[in-house]
Write a protein that binds this ligand. Sequence first.
Ligand SMILES: [Zn+2]
Length: 255
Amino acid sequence: MCGVCFSRRGLLAALGAVGLAGCSENAATGRRQLVFVDDGQLATLADRTWNEVVAKIPPVADPAAQARLARIGAPLVKAAGRDDLDWSFTVLDSPEFNAFVLPNGRVGFFRGLMEFARDDGAIASVVGHEIGHVLARHSAERMSQEIAVQAGVGIAQLLISQEAGQYADEIGAALGAGAVLGVILPYSRKHELEADRVGVDLMRKAGQDPNDAVRFWERMIRRAQNTERPPEVISTHPADTRRLEALKAAVARPA
Ligand SMILES: [Zn+2]
């Protein structure tokens, strides 16, 4: 009944990933990464997480806004080439400047960011970035790292003993924690820059101008400079500038 427990086959796959086969190369990023979370388990957790999010932050009751976001997302999804995922785009009723994606392809875009972004190109650049997180398998990678750290001993013992039931709850708990972290905590800097690069690739493939992403981030930085903020947020500002420089380099790179 436990939706997040490893099957015996999954455990053997984990052994292979950790001990024998090592990491696999991600097609979207060209980077080797440690991933031993099953896509089915990830989808189950993502569905559950989505339900929890929309229970707290409901979708905006504006069919035109929802249709617009879906229309902007469609060519980027096509460019992504992951028809196996259940892509959806939902404007959520929050004034925050935020957007997120779950590994099952559900994108949540907060009303505040939608209003600030204004034009389709800016919204597309955020959507491309979010799809980039999925193609780069960042959730799966982070969850795998979580499991490796938190339940590493348990998995190692389990692999030796082959007594799957004994550690099932422990592994399930680690997976659950990873799923929650995947939405609530910001991604690592490495993952953010990688999602920016994949997003630029997707915009190009979809026949869109990736300079829209640069213009959007320039506006975001200007806004941060003009907004009264506590010192700790100001101290993170140079990071935004570095991110913009990396984004500009990705856009300047030949396709
Ligand atoms: Zn991101």
